[in-house]
Write a protein that binds this ligand. Sequence first.
Ligand code: CA
Length: 461
Amino acid sequence: MRRPNILFIMSDDHAAHAISAYKSRINKTPNIDRIANEGMIFDNCFCTNSICAPSRATIISGTHTHINGVTKLNIPFDGRQPTFPKILSEGGYTTAMIGKWHLGHGGNSDPTGFDYWNVLPGQGEYFDPVMIEMGEKKKLSGYVTDIITDLSINWLENRDKSKPFMLMCHHKAPHRPWIPDKAHEDMYENEDIPEPETFNDNYENRSSAAKEAWMRVDKDLNFYDVKQQEPTGLSDAQLKSWKYQRYIKDYLRCIASIDDNVGRILDYLEDNNLYEDTVVVYTSDQGFFLGDHGWFDKRLMYEESLRMPFVMRYPRMIKPGSRSDEIVLNLDFAQTFIDFAQLDADPVMQGRSFKKIAAGENVDDWRKSMYYRYYDFPSMHNVYPHYGIRTKKYKLICYYPAGESSEEGMKPLRDIEWELFDLEKDPQEMHSVYFDEHYKDVVDKLKKELAAIKYEAKDFD
Ligand code: CA
């Protein structure tokens, strides 16, 4: 069988519940939906450490963050380890990485395994960004999402056409500070975006982590986030709603531009006879809180942050309109791409190809649970380190003391705290049942399973 091309589109902080294929209540994404409707929607795609650089390191290497070394946001990735682009490149693919890299620069952290790379330094800028093209800095003019798409199409146009391609088109948007382009800046101007059901969460009935996190719409969004002086004379509740509207509209405007640009690149494939022979993926490096629980940002193992959007189109194998609720992970992407390329993964990789699931086959021994661990403390959003297990029905989380902070107001955790959520009865995770005696057997069983998957992940800490 011929080897497909791979177009791997990823954005930054785009939550699944801001995609209409995932039943968004707040926006429409017709072009991302096109990939979804012509292929498969993965309803239970999760990340193993919900923060930017760690998730990217896991995606590229197919290893947990304690193995690839990028446990925290500011640790650079060591590109000497095996990665899927290197395996594809060595296996006969022409490869490119365009857009947001966010795994460090210089030394061993520049992109490796690519015939061409052109990336934003660090977070990059929304307008007139500097980009590093194969090691050389250049300032470009325009809006970052359009530029990344232009460069991607330009590379496709001029690529080595004797080989199949693998292109990573990785967007900066819709990452904070959520600056939209001119074409979308007035979108939603005369309407209110609905607030999520858990907008006024009071953080009771859970561990102290929820209460102590610094990612609240009312307290932690700053002037650069809302980009306007706060109106006077509003009650606290009205001000919180005002900030939410300022935040969420800019976030959705950034996504509207991504969606347009996804459409442009799909059109390019279609116009150039590449549409049938290309595996197209749209995903994001993790989820995001869209006012859910009164928050923005991610990090916590709660659903909105843990879940990644993942839609995949490949008409030669994937049935249009299909959907899977199997638990797949960012840890699996590397091996899945390698499998589509009909190559062998490196033995250090810890995920599993879900190509058969995409093809609609039943995989009887597929995983029934996933392992999660977040490390980044002390850091700006004051989220306690935690690890946990999620099955289709339950989630068990353990927050543990680690790290001291000198920052004012930060209170490191003194003792271990646990949470258990019954996701069927409480999908919004408003009430931990960890201390409910009806769940005693569930807790015991999940603790054993958590220890087992932690060991299996080679996390011996
Ligand atoms: Ca991110």
